[in-house]
Design a binder for this molecule. Structure first.
Ligand code: NAP
Length: 256
């Protein structure tokens, strides 16, 4: 096969949690550009439907928008049923939905910690548990979890997020081992800083923004489109022998 053909996703169907905006929106559109039909899932259905319309207009692919809180297994099962009724069996799952609550450990509540762990770590488990077995039955599947540079390095004031993202890296490895013989790969994309809604508190504070830039060897934040190639690679046959890995897209932050 020509190597470029191995990146093509025609005939594949993907589900992207948090696909309504930010990095998830970019990855959903990238998969559609590569030929996949896509389901995007978020709590705000209006934003999801708007993104779905825009991606369909840009790519001509079918895009389904579903409403779910991915921390709830009943929502996860329902939205997967709806997505599969609309598009057919899902072959590619991107566990992208995420939130961050910042603050020193002694200032954070139990609820703060639970909420961040639920969206960033428990939800990928729930979604992978719901879709992985049927991918294994069909003998082909891709699960891509969103880790972070904070899967492997720590920053003060990020206890819930760092804990959850470190968990994502090892959840990725465990699932990779469990499904390694079934044609289903499980990998993590670990971004450095990108200018999305999640990072508004950093973007709105020039001092914090500059402090982050100073930690990035390439001397700048990531541009949203710079996540797209990794998503298509890990979602496609081009990555057929890659499983359990963590791919850092961080301008060199974790190389130091
Ligand atoms: N941006 C960065 O610099 C960066 C760096 C490293 C890692 N990451 C990771 O990349 C992923 C995407 O981040 P982002 O910056 O693109 O975030 P974002 O722009 O804030 O978007 C987050 C997405 O997740 C959805 N979401 C949040 N909670 C949800 C829930 N309970 N159920 C369903 N959907 C939910 C949001 O939609 P609703 O609010 O409508 O539900 C939205 O679509 C996250 O996992 C994040 O941790 C980001």
């Amino acid at each position: 096969m020509n190597v470029l053909d191995s990146f093509r996703l025609e005939g594949r169907r993907a589900l992207v949690t948090g696909g309504s905006k930010g990095l998830g929106r970019v990855m959903a559109e990238a998969l559609a550009q590569a030929g996949a039909d896509v389901a995007i899932v978020s709590r705000n259905l209006q934003e999801g439907e708007q993104a779905a319309r825009e991606i369909t207009e840009a790519t001509g692919r079918r895009v389904f928008a579903g409403r779910a809180d991915v921390t709830l297994s009943v929502d996860v099962s329902r939205v997967i049923d709806e997505a599969q009724t609309s598009l057919g069996p899902i072959d590619i799952l991107i566990n992208n939905a995420g939130i961050n609550t910042r603050g020193l450990a002694q200032e954070l509540s139990e609820e703060d910690f639970d909420a961040v762990v639920a969206v960033n770590l428990k939800a990928p488990f729930l979604c992978a548990r719901a879709l992985g077995p049927q991918m294994c039955e069909r003998g082909w599947g891709r699960v891509i979890n969103l880790g972070s540079i904070l899967s492997v390095v720590a920053i003060a004031g990020r206890a819930p997020y760092c804990s959850a993202k470190a968990g994502v890296a090892n959840l990725t490895r465990v699932l990779a081992l469990e499904w390694a013989q079934s044609g289903v790969t499980v990998n993590a994309i670990c971004p450095g800083p990108f200018a999305t809604d999640m990072n508004k508190p950093l973007l709105d504070d020039p001092e914090k923004y500059r402090a982050f830039v100073s930690k990035i060897p390439m001397g700048r934040w990531g541009e949203l489109h710079e996540i797209a190639g990794a998503a298509v690679f890990l979602a496609s046959d081009a990555s057929s022998f890659v499983t359990g890995s963590t791919l850092f897209i961080d301008g060199g932050w974790t190389a130091q």
